[in-house]
Design a protein around this ligand. Sequence first.
Ligand code: AMP
Length: 148
Amino acid sequence: MAVRACGLIIYRRLQSPPPSKVADGIEYLLLQTSYGTHHWTPPKGHVDPGEDDLQTAFRETQEEAGLQASQLTLIEGYKRELHYPAHGKPKTVIYWLAEVKDCNTEIKLSEEHQAFQWLKLEDACKFAEYEDMKQTLKEVHQFLCSKE
Ligand code: AMP
């Protein structure tokens, strides 16, 4: 059976972008792992017994980025599942999408990560080295732009 993990793709909107460039004011949060090849990823982690997937996504975001559920707005209508092999086992990761209410909210890392960045779509796609994650970020951006 696949290892199951859940997380949140977190974004913020920079204050007062020019009205024609609202989408340019969006930045995505990526964390750099302190393990393995130090790849960049949204916050996510394994589902604990008795927990539902969305609870896991919020708990992991709190543990890994220091963001409480009350500091976030879950965006309805977006959910994406990724499948990849991790450490020789199939892994499923389910992501929801959430906006940080205050774009200046402090990020507090756990020991699992060594750095974080808020990145515009193009840079986020460069740091997210895996093709499925790049596609997910592009899809999220389209989704947000279509809601403008
Ligand atoms: P993670 O799931 O981010 O904890 O990473 C576990 C392992 O899977 C690491 O070796 C990563 O480099 C690799 N990995 C992470 N994300 C992806 C992905 N989207 N596609 C393929 N491999 C990945």
